[in-house]
Design a binder for this molecule. Structure first.
Ligand code: SF4
Length: 112
């Protein structure tokens, strides 16, 4: 799987952008709600708690990710939780910083 994006620039990450990111937010658990009717069922699985979530690939990214572009292949139909995720918000900055640290230190990436 091609992952050619540079590391986020710094833990402080003053200028976050989806265009320069490995879609790190797409490694988080994405709960699929009944209202998310456009999500293809083959991309949905039930987790250990019985909650429907987006399936993940072997590397931990959402199964809907386009690995060549690191972008969402179902963007128009993505779950509501993905729509509400704020680029540059506190959660975005936090997971980008964690991802950067793990990559720099060669630590296996942890799923959330
Ligand atoms: S559905 Fe799309 S936006 Fe949501 S986590 Fe998966 S790839 Fe990312």
């Amino acid at each position: 799987m091609a992952r050619s994006f540079p590391l986020p620039s710094s833990p402080a990450d003053a200028d976050p952008s989806c265009r320069r990111c490995d879609a790190v937010c797409c490694r988080l658990t994405v709960v699929v709600m009944p209202e998310d009717r456009g999500v293809p069922r083959w991309l949905v699985e039930r987790n250990a708690q019985g909650v429907e979530v987006m399936a993940r690939d072997e590397d931990g990214w959402c199964a809907a990710i386009d690995p060549q572009r690191m972008s969402c292949s179902i963007y128009a139909d993505r779950p509501a939780i993905c729509r509400s995720f704020a680029m540059g918000g506190a959660y975005c900055l936090d997971i980008r910083a964690t991802y950067r640290e793990q990559r720099l230190r060669g630590i296996p990436l942890t799923l959330y």
